[in-house]
Design a protein around this ligand. Sequence first.
Ligand SMILES: Cc1cc2nc3c(=O)[nH]c(=O)nc-3n(C[C@H](O)[C@H](O)[C@H](O)COP(=O)(O)OP(=O)(O)OC[C@H]3O[C@@H](n4cnc5c(N)ncnc54)[C@H](O)[C@@H]3O)c2cc1C
Length: 386
Amino acid sequence: MDFNLTTEQQQIRYEIKKVCREFPDAYWRAIDSKKEYPEAFVRKLSELGWLAALIPEEYGGTGLGITEASIILEEINHSGGVATACHAQMYTMGTLLRHGNEEQKKRYLPKIATGELRLQAFGVTEPDAGSESTRIQTSATRQGDKYLINGQKIFISRVLQSDLMLLLARTTPYDELKDKTRGLSVFIVDLREAKKTLDVKPLDLMINHHTNALFFDNVEVPVENLIGEEGSGFRYIIDGWNAERILVAAEAIGDGRWFVERAAKYATERIVFGKAIGSNQGVQFPIAKAYANIEAADLVRFQASTKFDRKEKCGAEANLAKYLASEAAWEAANACLTTHGGYGFAAEYDVERKFRETRLLTIAPVSNNLVLAYLGQHVLGMPKSY
Ligand SMILES: Cc1cc2nc3c(=O)[nH]c(=O)nc-3n(C[C@H](O)[C@H](O)[C@H](O)COP(=O)(O)OP(=O)(O)OC[C@H]3O[C@@H](n4cnc5c(N)ncnc54)[C@H](O)[C@@H]3O)c2cc1C
């Protein structure tokens, strides 16, 4: 496989780097300390069309592939920013693109492409189901030409910053199902209309991701907002998992490169005991080791994204990439923090912020244990562990 970037891909990298220079460390630091949403950054990316990367040209997007989308997210994190503020549009887009009907695509995609509508919220996780998504209980009950949604979700990000949310809800009770992966359906919830019956409670978390607990009390969703067939929603979500894992891997690679570059620079400039701390192998080797692991993970990421864009099976590669990249980024984060000594804890160095942000990637949107479970069962053929 040839992983050399095409001229167009190199140009995308260059353009994203250029935009990100307008949003330096100080911007992200202030956003983080005030727990704000990076509105100006997201608006700018939308105006330039980058968040419409995965929307086909016929609906007003740029019709790029996962490889290009992953380069966009990677460079945001590499610049010192955090792509999670706007990645959901790319993560969730596939469900609407692959399973939405023509009317839904025409209704939403052109406006999402221009930034007029924001689809940055994706509601799956529930307190009692956790990683076992087929156990979710939030229900969608058909009543005439609408569904009534009732229940509770946890850790749902960017609900207050979005116009639309993709929601996974139960349309058949769990006990009535032979196949437990059925009975769930995906809806587009118009958050502007749902406000009165949807209670959004922001959560105070270690990172600034605008994450909430949601309480649905007869939230009305018109039947025309059901995506695809009733009962097939979990399959639609699974269809998006490879893309999601590749995009997370790219974000982790971006973080990893940021940590390694910052660590190498600081290690070269900081003089203690009369010499640069980076001349000590105890400081230099952990940085070099993290660098090696990030570069290796990056190759698997491009292998996965190339196969994805060629429409080849890539479950193994996508899961490998997500696992390797998020672990390598976390290793780089630790090396960078250690290299900075006490200054690693000072907000003005940005290391502690990025440290917190990158830690999430080993847990969400899917925890690395479940990624290993995929590799163990589906790639290595071992017995199911859950
Ligand atoms: C900042 C943030 C933002 C988020 N945003 C969203 C969002 O926008 N939308 C959304 O739907 N969700 C979101 N999530 C939720 C996230 O996807 C979940 O937290 C994650 O999938 C893990 O689920 P859980 O927290 O319930 O952990 P649990 O499922 O309770 O797992 C706890 C631990 O046990 C391990 N574990 C569980 N079962 C097994 C097993 N069989 N084998 C081995 N290990 C196992 C897990 O790996 C994990 O380490 C967000 C979470 C955070 C923290």
